[in-house]
Ligand binder design. Sequence first.
Ligand SMILES: C[S@@+](CC[C@H](N)C(=O)[O-])C[C@H]1O[C@@H](n2cnc3c(N)ncnc32)[C@H](O)[C@@H]1O
Length: 297
Amino acid sequence: MLTLTQQDQLNPWLTQTSNVAHNQTPKDTPVPDKNVEWYQPEIESLPTATVEFFEKYVGIKGEKAIKAHIYHIRDKAWNILPYPCIGLFRFLDFSIHLSPDYPEVVRRVQGGATFLDLGCCFGQDIRKLAYDAGTSENLIGCDLEESFLQLGYELFVDSATLKSTFVPGNVFAEDFLEQYHGKIDIIYLASFLHLFTEGQQKTVIGQIKKLLRPQSGSMVFGRHLGAEKGGPFKMESIGWDLYRHDQQTISDLFQVSGDEWKVTSSLSRYGSANWNDDRRGWQGGETKQMMFTAVRL
Ligand SMILES: C[S@@+](CC[C@H](N)C(=O)[O-])C[C@H]1O[C@@H](n2cnc3c(N)ncnc32)[C@H](O)[C@@H]1O
């Protein structure tokens, strides 16, 4: 098992970027460069569903005010850790609802299932699920970066209303979310697994196994970088060593747990509702998006 310090050394973002260190506060950290392809200054047009969500859930009226609010929080987050999903507003996909399993997840959460979003960033998918399911007590978000969890409350203005639990934590810590061992029914992993090497991903699956209720129907689903031929991938633009899954590699990954899983996945064009389509070169040719679901048999 990796310790926190070892994981910090191995995290592709933290090792590749000389001007950002995880233990620095935003105040100490030099402001990351915005003159990169994966920082989009503005959103051309917000999808109607996003406007509706911000009007109804957050209570901000009108596209102009919503955009100004989003830019403000996005830039605070960019100054902490400049992930492409932050620079390119990918968090506004509320990606969970794009999964074919989403209707089932909503139903199960309404029935009391415990849901964990691992690597939740602002917790945007928790908010979407809470809104659609009409319940939030049984939803848990976890992220290494505690300030992203706080920014989630600022982005969604719901610290007084949301009953979900947010816990900072490193998936590689030996006591990771110990209080939830054997108690989680559904785990969501979005743009998470691809951050880690194959060996690290096996460790993540081991951690997930400890968290999941040890019964048939326990489920892990999400999305990440994919390719027709999976394997380690150097994203030259950013300098990250990432991992892109294909349908065989994602299936093989779950089998290492020693349990039996039914793993389904699909590859599609890598994109996002809020991207300007000219901002694509940074991700590298052949990169696709994978959606996957693993259900314990
Ligand atoms: C690329 S972002 C994706 C965020 C979100 N799930 C989404 O789809 O927009 C990856 C997230 O994983 C978190 N993360 C990275 N390493 C982690 C670790 N070792 N343990 C827990 N969270 C981690 C980061 O802080 C970041 O918020």
